[in-house]
Design a protein around this ligand. Structure first.
Ligand code: FES
Length: 353
């Protein structure tokens, strides 16, 4: 890839031709604040938080969509830039609920962090019209509170560019602009698959998973990168927990094979771990009733029954069905048990059926 020489905040760097000023700055270790930008999505340049001063350009430029060019000189934190970013934030805050004390996104809200960083005043532009959207909590997975939406369109782009579903869009124009699902109804009425990518990329509290409500503050959660226990794809997840309870699934963006994408089960289905109805000990049927047993008792019973069937009717009277939820090693051991111990080739896998 050809390079161009660029100066960012006095630092001379070589940036890839065609890359944006934001990408070049990040590669050089210069932080530029963003709101609508997300590394997994195509940049749109609609929030103007990433404004920078580019010499010989009349206006400030949105660095996420402005390409570098040979000899370009960029100032990312000049007084003019800082003032413009603060203005952007104060306009956003002029129509934003100020319930940070009780908002579920506190501690995980880009808008809140930037408002603090830029000392943006909440009430500076009070007096204008304010939105008063009804909160949509009609689906079991996430709550939509568009009073907290900043119209960054991350959710719309994630649904389109990551999941390929296009369930979300923007209706109306100007102050009336609003994110809608389908033709403006509930999520269930749209094409939504509830993969939760929109929730994952939302930079405010406009989209919040139901399972995290009143479960604690973001900084209280422990992050664990782990493999999803559902199908055999083996997606990596960033699981948030508090104590021994799983609270939420976030995207592990840099991990194969899913690189942040999840389906509805991985995103919202891990609450089964803490379900009180879950079996925690083997059950053996005695006199027509299931009773709790130790693992030794249960495994001995299974071994005795399988041996008896194989001895009486031959090994092929027994079959083994493995699971995509198991690891490769566990499935391999199941195959060894079938072929090496019992002596049958009747072994299969649920993902092949
Ligand atoms: Fe560049 Fe929003 S981050 S315009």
């Amino acid at each position: 890839m050809p390079k161009v020489n660029v100066t960012i905040d006095g630092k001379q760097i070589q940036a890839e031709a065609g890359s944006s000023v934001l990408e070049a700055a990040q590669a050089a270790g210069v932080a530029i604040p963003t709101l609508c930008h997300h590394p997994a999505l195509k940049p749109e340049g609609n929030c103007r938080m990433c404004l920078v001063e580019v010499e010989r350009q009349r206006n400030l430029q949105a660095s996420c969509v402005f390409p570098v060019s040979e000899g370009m000189v960029v100032h990312t934190h000049s007084p003019k830039v800082m003032e413009a970013r603060k203005f952007v934030l104060e306009l956003l805050l002029s129509d934003h609920p100020t319930d940070c004390m009780t908002c579920e996104a506190t501690g995980d809200c880009v808008l809140q962090d930037l408002a603090y960083q830029y000392d943006a005043k909440v009430g500076k532009y009070y007096g204008g019209a304010k939105h008063d959207y009804a909160i949509d909590d009609t689906n079991p997975f996430f709550v939509r509170d568009y009073n907290k939406c900043i119209l960054c369109r991350r959710c719309v782009r994630a649904c389109d560019q990551i999941n390929g579903v296009e369930a979300l869009g923007v209706a109306e124009r100007g102050f009336s602009s609003q994110i809608i699902a389908g033709l403006g109804g509930t999520m269930e009425e749209s094409r939504c698959e509830f993969c939760g990518m929109c929730v994952e990329v939302c930079p405010t509290g406009a989209l919040m998973p139901v399972g995290t409500m009143k479960q604690g503050r973001y900084w209280e959660f422990k992050h664990t990168t782990t493999v999803c226990p559902y199908c055999g794809v083996g997606c990596n997840l960033d699981v948030l927990s508090k104590g021994d309870k799983i609270i939420r699934t976030r995207s592990a963006w840099d991990k194969a094979p899913n690189y942040g994408w999840t389906c509805v089960k991985g995103r919202f289905g891990l609450d089964f771990v803490n379900n009180p109805n879950r079996f925690t000990t083997p059950l053996i049927k005695r006199d027509g009733q299931f009773v709790e047993a130790s693992w030794d008792e249960a495994l001995d019973l299974v071994a005795d029954k399988l041996s008896a069937i194989a001895l009486e009717h031959g090994p092929d009277a027994v079959g083994f069905l493995a699971s995509a939820k198991c690891t490769n090693e566990e499935n391999y051991l199941m195959m060894k048990l079938a072929r090496g111990v019992v002596g049958t080739n009747n072994v299969d896998h649920c993902a092949r059926l």
